[in-house]
Design a binder for this molecule. Structure first.
Ligand SMILES: *Cc1c(COP(=O)(O)O)cnc(C)c1O
Length: 419
């Protein structure tokens, strides 16, 4: 099936006389006829649903749909994108290990990696997303367990050369984890270029309607965890009566371990209702992405030619630094997110934003409605203007997320506010 068809039909097949729409299983638990049957599910957790802290039939359908869209073999939903990042890393690294991440990643992930994981004893090294193979290779130590990057970074809109990072990761016998939130599997399927694990904040385009926070982890099923670097996958799990993930589940050991071990212990699993709402968003994902890209490019061209705009980051523009990587990895469009920097100062930038009537000011992105965010007064508020510039954020920068309104209405709103 092609993507538009997968969005509607993957994951759930109605039975004869059964509901045509995926039902909501809003139940914490599942009943069995005998103790023996429960024991059998504990032996093989893929056999049935036991408890909604780690599996649920509605969420299960959504997981199958997302795995299918990403060309993966299995997926696991989480209650946030942050939880997806955390679990994908903790499934590979323990205290004493390292992770190598590009620095072109979401601010929340930077906090998680640089500060919180450090308290867990995991060190994250950061590397420039434009680094060459030798530079990447030289950052990998004997205890580095994975490389992490974002396809299309939030908010800087830099593009990860997935093939380059995958090649260096595989030469060092470690997997590449790619956060594919902004691209979605409609614009880019990182697994096709060598990524081993793909994660998302489903809060953004996948849900799409600003209804609920969520995340997902997808297993490509391609990484060889028996290569000697990952004993947690190849030795009996004492916490799960001796299960050996690579032996017992050779097709998708990553997701089974993440679920049986980490989701069981952390319990950040979405409810049936959440799965249902996420599925509604996914049903129209392919067709929405097409329009986000179309509106995004038109708005980016408007900003690109506007005398009051100093610069714009949108890799779909021919004059953007990442245009050639965009052609390769995101050939059908580069989403609806861009960042613009005004020629005037911080106060005028805030005034410009306050003058917007259609575009909403909120801490969100990749939504169905056009929205804007001023990093200097929101996500990076604690920094002085000088500190902002030192870390690459101009006080006059605005992150713009174009929605599905008519593009003429969107452009006239930005036009009057700039005027
Ligand atoms: C928003 C975001 C996250 C975090 O997701 P939440 O659902 O807010 O926890 C992670 N990565 C990227 C690229 C994001 O945009």
């Amino acid at each position: 099936m092609k993507d538009e068809t997968k969005c509607l039909h993957s994951g759930y097949s109605p039975q004869n006389g059964g509901p045509g729409v995926m039902p909501i299983y809003q139940s914490t638990t599942f009943r069995f006829n005998s103790v023996k049957e429960i024991a059998e599910v504990f032996d093989d957790p893929t056999k049935a649903h036991i408890y909604s802290r780690f599996t649920n039939p509605t969420v299960d359908c959504v997981e199958k749909k997302i795995a299918d869209l990403e060309n993966g073999v299995a997926a696991m939903c989480t209650t946030s994108g942050q939880a997806a990042s955390l679990i994908s890393v903790l499934n590979l690294a323990s205290a004493g290990d390292r992770i190598l991440s590009t620095s072109a990643i979401y601010g929340g992930t930077v906090n998680l990696f640089a500060i919180t994981l450090k308290k867990f004893g995991i060190i994250v090294d950061f590397i420039d997303v434009d680094a060459n193979e030798n530079e990447i290779n030289s950052m990998i130590k004997s205890n580095t367990k994975a490389i992490f990057g974002e396809t299309l970074s939030n908010p800087s809109l830099q593009i990860l050369d997935i093939e380059k990072f995958a090649m260096v990761a595989h030469k060092n016998k470690i997997p590449l984890i790619v956060d594919n939130t902004f691209a979605t599997p409609i614009l880019c399927k990182p697994i096709n270029y060598g990524a081993d694990i793909v994660i998302h904040s489903t809060t953004k385009y996948m849900d799409g309607h600003a209804l609920q926070v969520g995340g997902v982890i997808v297993d490509s099923g391609k990484f060889d965890f028996t290569n000697g670097n990952f004993s947690d996958f190849t030795e009996p799990d004492k916490s799960y009566h001796g299960m050996i993930y690579t032996r017992d589940y050779p097709a998708c050991p990553f997701i089974i371990k993440a679920r049986a071990q980490l989701m069981r212990d952390f319990g950040c699993y979405p409810s049936g209702m959440s799965g249902f709402l996420l599925n509604l968003g996914l049903e129209t994902l392919a067709i929405r992405m097409e329009r986000y890209c179309e509106n995004g490019l038109k708005l980016a061209k408007f900003f690109n030619n506007h005398p009051k705009i100093k610069s714009i980051n949108y890799p779909g523009l021919e004059n953007d630094k990442y245009y050639s990587l965009a052609k390769k990895y995101l050939p059908s469009g580069t989403s609806g997110v861009m960042s613009i920097t005004l020629k005037s100062g911080r106060c005028e930038t805030m005034e410009f934003m306050d003058k917007l009537k259609l575009a909403s000011k909120e801490v969100h992105v990749a939504d169905i409605r056009t929205c804007v965010l001023h990093p200097a007064s929101a996500t990076h508020r604690q920094l002085s203007d000088k500190q902002l510039i030192d870390c690459g954020i101009n006080p006059s920068m605005v992150r713009v997320s174009v929605g599905l309104e008519n593009i003429d209405d969107i452009i006239s709103d930005f036009s009057q506010a700039l005027a």
